[in-house]
Design a protein around this ligand. Structure first.
Ligand code: PLP
Length: 494
C-alpha cells in the first residue's frame, strides 16, 4: 500500500459507518446472548478451531468489512457466551455494556498510566477510583494503591511491598539463603504461591494454615506465628482470603488481623472475588476487620462486572508501595526529591499500562455505589435460592452454604444413593460418583445448553457454579439442575 492509501484507510476506518461494522458485532452478541438464544459454548472441536486459524501470514490487508465478517464468523460464533443466562461458570463477568463501550474509548485514547504526563486525565481518574475503594475498605489518610492486570498481579505487588518492609535490602541484594515464610489458607488461590515463586523465596516457604470448613482456621494463626518466631523463622506475611475461589468462603479477617498485629506481621487479604461485597450493606460484614489489613487485592473484573482486565491493589500505607518496585528509569520517571508526583508507574509491575480505571469509573458513574451493591446482592440471593433447590433435589447435595455467588454441589448417583449404597450392592454403579460428576459436567458443557465448572473438595470431584449474570433466573438454574441430572442418571445407570 502507498502512504496515501494507508492514510485513506485510517480515515475510512475511523468513520461512524466503519465503527458500526465492528461495534454491531458486540451489540448483536449482547442482544442474542442476553436473550438466551443459541448455545452457551461452541460445539466445534478444538482441532477444527485450530485449523480455522492455521493460515499463512496475510501479506495484503482486507477491507474492514471483511475483517468484521471474519470476526463474526470465526471468533464470535465460537466464543463462550458469558452473557447467556445459562452461563454459570467461572468468575469472569458478563460485562456491563457501559464498561465495554468505555473500553473502546480507553483504547482509542491509548494514554498510558505509566506517568502522569502520558495520561493527564486518566491518571487522576485512577487515583480517584483508588480513593473510593480505599474509602470503602476503611483505609484512611495515607492509603493508596494501583490498578493491576488482576488479582494475581495485585497479590504479587502486595507481597513485594511486604518484602520491602521486612527485608529493605532484598531489591538490591536478593533474599539470601534463609528466605522468610508466607502463611495462607489451604484454599488460597495459586496467586500466593506463584508470587512466592516469582519472588525467589521458594514455594517451600508457603505454609498452608489448616482449614476449618473451607476457610482458614483463624484460631491457629496466632499460635503458629508464635511457634515460628520461637523457632527463629521469619514470616513475610499472612495472606487471608475474602471469597475463596473454590467455595467463595471468607476467612475471619478480624481474628487473623489480631494475630498479625500481635506479632507485627504483614496482613494481605486476597479479596479478588469478595472485595466488591464492600459496596453492599448486606454483605459488607463478611469482610469485618479488613481496615486492619496492610494490603488488599480486589478485582473489579469479577463482581463489579467490568470486562477484563481490571484489578486493584490497595495499601493502608501507600508509601509501602514504593518499596515494592525500587526502580530508577531516568527516561521515564522524572520525579524530583521532595516534589509531589502523580506518577503511578514507579509503583506498578507494568510499564505501559492501560487506563482500565476509566471503565470502572464509568461503571460507578452509571450505576452508583448502590447499583453495584444491588448487582452483588442479587447474585448472592440467587445463589442462596440455588442452594435450596439443590438441597431439595433427591439426587444432589450442596457442599456448603453459599457466602457469595459461588456454590459447590454434586450429583449423588442413581436414586441419590451415592457410592455407599453402590458398595452395598443395592445400586448398580458402573461409575463412581466422582467420575459421574466429572463426566456429567463435561457432557453438559458440550451440549451447549449451559456451562458450569468443577473442582476438587476434600479429594472429591464436585460441580461448581458462579452465578454472575444478572439475567440468570431461578428457571435457568432449574434447567441447569435438570440437564445435569439427566446426564448423570444416564452415566450412573450405565
Ligand atoms: C480468590 C482469588 N484470588 C486471585 C485470583 C486471580 O485473579 P486474576 O485472575 O484476576 O489474576 C482469583 C481468580 O479467580 C481468585 O478467585
Amino acid at each position: 500500500m502507498t502512504r496515501d492509501e494507508l492514510l485513506a484507510s485510517l480515515t475510512a476506518d475511523a468513520s461512524t459507518e466503519a465503527a458500526q461494522a465492528i461495534v454491531q458485532l458486540a451489540v448483536d452478541y449482547f442482544r442474542e446472548a442476553s436473550a438466551g438464544e443459541g448455545a452457551v459454548s461452541t460445539r466445534t472441536p478444538p482441532r477444527d478451531l485450530a485449523a480455522r486459524f492455521d493460515e499463512p501470514l496475510p501479506i495484503l490487508g482486507l477491507p474492514l468489512d471483511a475483517v468484521a465478517q471474519r470476526l463474526r464468523d470465526d471468533v464470535v460464533a465460537d466464543a463462550n457466551r458469558l452473557s447467556h443466562p445459562m452461563y454459570v461458570g467461572h468468575q469472569v463477568s458478563p460485562p456491563l455494556p457501559v464498561a465495554v463501550w468505555t473500553d473502546a474509548v480507553i483504547s482509542a485514547l491509548n494514554n498510558s498510566q505509566a506517568v502522569r504526563e502520558m495520561s493527564p486525565a486518566s491518571t487522576h481518574v485512577e487515583r480517584q477510583v483508588i480513593r473510593w475503594m480505599c474509602g470503602l475498605t476503611g483505609f484512611g489518610e495515607g492509603s493508596g494503591g494501583n490498578f493491576t492486570s488482576g488479582g494475581t498481579e495485585a497479590t504479587l505487588t502486595a507481597l513485594l511491598a511486604a518484602r520491602g518492609r521486612l527485608m529493605p535490602d532484598a531489591w538490591q541484594d536478593g533474599v539470601g539463603a534463609s528466605p522468610p515464610l508466607v502463611l495462607c489458607g489451604a484454599h488460597a488461590h495459586y496467586a500466593v504461591s506463584r508470587a512466592v515463586g516469582i519472588m525467589g523465596l521458594g514455594v517451600r516457604q508457603v505454609i498452608a494454615v489448616p482449614s476449618d470448613g473451607y476457610r482458614m482456621d483463624a484460631r491457629q494463626v496466632a499460635p503458629l506465628l508464635r511457634r515460628l518466631r520461637d523457632e527463629g523463622r521469619r514470616v513475610l506475611a499472612v495472606v487471608a482470603t475474602a471469597g475463596s475461589t473454590a467455595t467463595g468462603a471468607f476467612d475471619d479477617v478480624e481474628t487473623i488481623a489480631d494475630a498479625c498485629e500481635q506479632s507485627g506481621t504483614w496482613l494481605h487479604v486476597d479479596a479478588a472475588h469478595g472485595g466488591s461485597a464492600l459496596f453492599s450493606e448486606t454483605h459488607r460484614a463478611r469482610l469485618r476487620g479488613i481496615a486492619r489489613a496492610d494490603s488488599l487485592a480486589w478485582d473489579p473484573h469479577k463482581m463489579m462486572l467490568v470486562p477484563l482486565a481490571a484489578g486493584v491493589v490497595l495499601m493502608r500505607d501507600a508509601t509501602r508501595l514504593d518499596a515494592a518496585f525500587a526502580q530508577q528509569a531516568p527516561y521515564l520517571f522524572h520525579q524530583r526529591e521532595g516534589e509531589p508526583s502523580y506518577d503511578m508507574g514507579p509503583r506498578s509491575f507494568q510499564c505501559s499500562r492501560r487506563a482500565d480505571a476509566v471503565k470502572v469509573w464509568a461503571t460507578i458513574l452509571r450505576y452508583g455505589a448502590s447499583g453495584v451493591a444491588s448487582f452483588y446482592d442479587h447474585l448472592c440471593a440467587l445463589t442462596s435460592t440455588f442452594h435450596a433447590m439443590v438441597m431439595a433435589h433427591p439426587r444432589f447435595e450442596a457442599l456448603h452454604l453459599p457466602e457469595t455467588n459461588i456454590l459447590c454441589f454434586r450429583h449423588l448417583g442413581a436414586n441419590g444413593a451415592g457410592p455407599a449404597a453402590a458398595a452395598q450392592g443395592s445400586v448398580a454403579a458402573p461409575l463412581d460418583v466422582d467420575e459421574i460428576n466429572r463426566l456429567a459436567r463435561e457432557r453438559y458443557n458440550d451440549s451447549g445448553d449451559g456451562w458450569i465448572t468443577s473442582t476438587l473438595l476434600d479429594g472429591c470431584r464436585v460441580l461448581r457454579v458462579t452465578i454472575i449474570n444478572p439475567r440468570t433466573t431461578e428457571d435457568h438454574l432449574q434447567r441447569v439442575l435438570e440437564g445435569i441430572d439427566r446426564i448423570a442418571l444416564e452415566l450412573a445407570q450405565g
